[in-house]
Design a protein around this ligand. Structure first.
Ligand SMILES: NC(=O)c1ccc[n+]([C@@H]2O[C@H](COP(=O)([O-])OP(=O)(O)OC[C@H]3O[C@@H](n4cnc5c(N)ncnc54)[C@H](O)[C@@H]3O)[C@@H](O)[C@H]2O)c1
Ligand SMILES: [Zn+2]
Length: 365
């Protein structure tokens, strides 16, 4: 059972394949795209331990050669140091213009391997094989690649679209629940910005998605990928509508910064709290009802996600400190913050018209 979503980007168009056991089909799917039967698999140690043998078995059986490059898990790998190490490993393995890079992991591996693929020999093809829920619904689609620097997250990178995305829901079986919940927050985001019926479906079926129901997972990932694919096809480089994907992210990034980007708060966990804050701000400005705010909060609550900063262990940042973090975010231009504001449930818009007073009131509530 598998589903295909097309990302319509002209000559850079590609398919996202979503299903159970897709990993075993990797060789057959990649072969038509490959000029030579050489792929460099980039992965992290956690993913390698659980799933590399399955992926490699299929590729080797089909005659593919190439190295498997294992990197340490964690956000620190997405750095200049990690990039240098990875580029060195690819060059040592004599990866050529006609060869392919296969990013096999979560968003950290996808972002780093995608960037390395974009840079090596002035750009070689790559395939995303996302293994976290967050990567399957978000980071593997759309071609954004990046590393973090001491100045901030994701500030050095490039747009480099994959040739193919292979999302095997089977690999989610080894993903810790907390990581699943964090990825789930991004799924909810799609419903909130563009599809009220999908949000209602999630209210009914979200628990099945987290519990491991294959059909529910495939549906949720497919709908998320369809929405991201549509947005990316309209606005590949985020000149406009793509910014809606940042619902909850201005707040979320400030919360991540205030907790030192530590394991106290995962990105998706920050997005869940950030979405609720965006609803509160929207409500204060007259674009969402109190009932909408309550409904969104109740759904995150029901699935075990935090919805208030006070629920984060040891959280102590003041509203002023959070605003200072927001001002450092890359969504600031001319000293003014851009917010994605929901309009009820299932629609959203961006605005730079939010006064510091209303922001402070939301952050203090
Ligand atoms: N490019 C984009 O558009 C985009 C969008 C959203 C997020 N991101 C980036 O994605 C990154 C976060 O990605 P993430 O949440 O996937 O984190 P991650 O890549 O760090 O993975 C989370 C943890 O899960 C482990 N893991 C991965 N797959 C597993 C599996 N199947 N079984 C067991 N363990 C597994 C990893 O080793 C890691 O410890 C951030 O760096 C963020 O900036 C990028
Ligand atoms: Zn996000």
């Amino acid at each position: 059972m598998s589903e295909t979503v097309r990302v319509s980007l002209g000559e850079r168009a590609y398919d996202i394949l979503i299903g159970e056991g897709v990993l075993g089909e990797a060789a057959a799917r990649i072969a038509p795209l490959a000029r030579r039967k050489v792929v460099a698999i980039i992965t992290d140690e956690n993913v390698a331990r659980a799933h590399l043998p399955t992926l490699e078995k299929g590729l080797r059986a089909a005659g593919f050669k190439g190295p498997a490059i294992m990197l340490p898990p964690g956000e620190e790998t997405k750095s200049f140091k990690g990039l240098e190490h990875l580029c060195g490993a690819l060059l040592t393995a004599e990866i050529d213009r006609g060869d392919m890079v296969l990013a096999f992991g979560g968003g950290v591996i996808g972002d780093l391997a995608g960037l390395a693929a974009g840079l090596i020999k002035r750009g070689i093809d790559f395939v995303q094989v996302p293994t976290t829920l967050l990567a399957q619904v978000d980071s593997s689609v759309g071609g954004k690649t990046a590393i973090n620097t001491k100045e901030g997250k994701n500030l050095v990178g490039l747009f480099h679209q994959p040739r193919l995305v292979l999302a095997d829901v089977g690999v989610l079986g080894t993903l810790p629940l907390r990581e699943l919940q964090a990825g789930y927050a991004e799924i909810v985001k799609y419903g909130l910005i563009g599809d009220a019926a999908f949000f209602a479906w999630l209210e009914k079926n979200g628990a099945r998605v987290l519990d491991g129901d294959t059909a529910a997972r495939i549906h949720a990932i497919k709908r998320s990928c369809e929405m991201k694919a549509d947005i990316v096809a309209t606005d590949e480089r985020e000149g406009g509508i793509r910014a809606l994907l940042n619902l909850g992210h201005t707040f979320g990034h400030a919360l991540e910064a205030a907790t030192g980007y530590s394991s106290r708060l995962l990105h998706g966990e920050a997005v869940a709290i950030g979405c609720v804050m965006a609803y509160e701000l929207s409500h204060a400005l007259g674009y969402a009802s109190q009932a909408d705010v309550a409904r969104v909060r109740a759904h995150f609550d029901a699935l075990g996600l935090k919805t208030r900063p006070a629920e984060i262990a040891g959280f102590s940042a003041t509203p002023r400190e959070l605003i200072a973090h927001m001002m450092h975010d890359k969504k600031v231009s001319d000293g003014r913050l851009t917010f994605v504001l929901p309009k009820g449930i299932g629609a959203a818009f961006t605005t730079r018209d939010v006064s510091e007073g209303s922001l402070e009131r939301v952050l203090a509530s």
